[in-house]
Design a protein around this ligand. Sequence first.
Ligand code: FRU
Length: 428
Amino acid sequence: GAIGAAGLGLAAGTGSGAARETGEASAWTREHANNIELTDDLTAPVINENPDVISDDYWIWDTWPLRYRDGSIAKINGWQVVFSLTASKDLVPGARHNEATIRYFYSRNGHDWQEGGTALDDPLGHHQWAGSAMYDRSEDQIYHFYTPTSAEPEFRQRLALAKGATLETGPHGVEVVGEQEHILIGKADGELYQTLEQSREQGIVYAFRDPWYFQHPDTGEDMVVFEGNTPTAGENPDDPQSYNGNVGVARATNDELTEWELLPPNLEAIEVNQQLERPHYVFQNGKWYLFVLSHEFTFAPGLQGPDALYGFVSDSLYGDYEPLNGSGLVIANPEEASFQGYSWLAMPQGNDALVESFENFRGLDDTSRGEISLDEVGYLPPEEQKELFGGTLAPSLKLQLNGTETRVVNELNDGHFLPSGGSNGRGK
Ligand code: FRU
């Protein structure tokens, strides 16, 4: 409740009971991560051959639906719209990140997706990484949050917003139309959020990206969470301190959403993991379920965890985040296909969550089991690399949320993204 008025960020660490409200991060600890265990409840089923490929021309990976301001999935004149990172299938899968373009797809039934075009008109950055899209009904306007990124060797990342677009719908399809304005809404400040320069010695990967819009369920404020790193003293990849992933928070300071302030991260994984990717919320019965993705290769030395969806639950924005299922693990790839899926996105659906993701590398086993490893894929002939990569939507999963426990309950064969009818937000 008191969040709106407090001088956020500056009052952290005063030792008062209100410190969390003013911006102290919870920790994902080594102790939590040591509990990671792939049980049936926390493991996705193996994906069988998927005939429903979303695009013939483009690889698609990170995907997000158009949502209303309250977080519910938008259905506009019967159409659902999703946005995906895309790149030409002429490229080998590993080269796609540096050519990522956001395109949209639309559907009436949650499968049979049709290809629209590019979602952003003259966007910032050499290429664009993940984001989120909010449609304001009364303004008839899309607020598209995304990550402008620059090319090698820099990988500089910022947070941006495209305003001004809307949708034209007809009996046969959907078109994103309208003139767009692109606004830079955040960059790493070097104190709360590590800069690219500060990260160099640590020598792993760097993050300041993936803005995910949400309306604060209590105060109604317009906010984003994003993937960042906390500045730490680590000097090389062998130093656990170099692993400093966080969930960043920013808040709009005007109604036009053109002015934003960085707030302190609300979750940190120092000495645990370098990347807390695509953070996003599901609000359920007054609980804040915060989900992130992470990779096997970004766990700190001495820890092990799979490519998976991880999650935490709290009562408020800066509350005490408890790792779900004791460790944080929510949905892992099955051991016999450790890289089959990635970039899971959980969305509210009734009392459960619906989780979409994309098909990553199939048929790859974990290095430890002696099959071809993820690192080796890049050395295969291009056609073989492409053969191993999905690059399309994976079957969506249904996930039960019971307090601090979760369970994968089923795979939605009737829809690769959303079953028809869309899903519920918080009903505001
Ligand atoms: C997750 C991710 C995102 C980023 C994109 C880059 O799969 O790493 O954090 O925006 O992919 O391709």
